[in-house]
Design a protein. Sequence first.
Length: 258
Amino acid sequence: MSYVLAIFIVLAAGFGAAGVTLFVQKSVAAELRREHHEVGSTVFLQLGVIFAVLLAFVFSEAWTEYNEASAAIELEVSALHGAAIIAATLPAPAAKQILTREKAYLDSVTQSEWPIMAASRGEDIATDRKLQDLIQVVANLKLTDPSENAKKPEILSLLAQAHEQRAVRIYQAGSGIPGALWIVLISFELILVAFVVLSGLRYWTSAALVSGIFAASVSSILVVARLLDYPFEGALALPSTDFAVVIGKVTHLLGPIG
């Protein structure tokens, strides 16, 4: 969902509610609306509490998952950068073997996997294989110097951490609020807006303004929750900037090796 679509939904909800209110003000007698208001105000408060609790839960869940995806990116690139720094201290053939494969994985994440996560909320199998290949190369690495051989477990530990955080990132890419829950929220909003539209306000300008603001306010919260729901798509999509930065650092480490 883009910012343009998000703003359009909020404005459409506000103006739509205001328009319906104007129609009701002209079509339904004020006395009938007052009778509805006297009975409906209690029901409105009860439904409002239920809706507020449900909305708070959904928004909190979406915000938490968005932050978890962001944290997973930071931890993954941090582990990959640490592995590259240690690998650069190994003999040139081994260092080049590791850094070249790590750069290939990072390139694949930014160029292939990121668009796939945004489009289909899944992973790129070829990118996953590049990471597996990198881990296998380090695991099969033969080093004669004991001091250099001790660095292999450190690199493997960091790559295992990167693999774990990648799994979290992929999971968050496809994990969202169930559609049934969105239907319940939207239904609640429509019901509450209907209560506001049928309020017993005497002046049509006040009634239209109140219903429009109410509908737009609730819709804006729902729209923001939807923008946060899938962290790799839409206007608030998490960028691959951190991976691009690490690509530059790995390339810099490869420079002296040749």
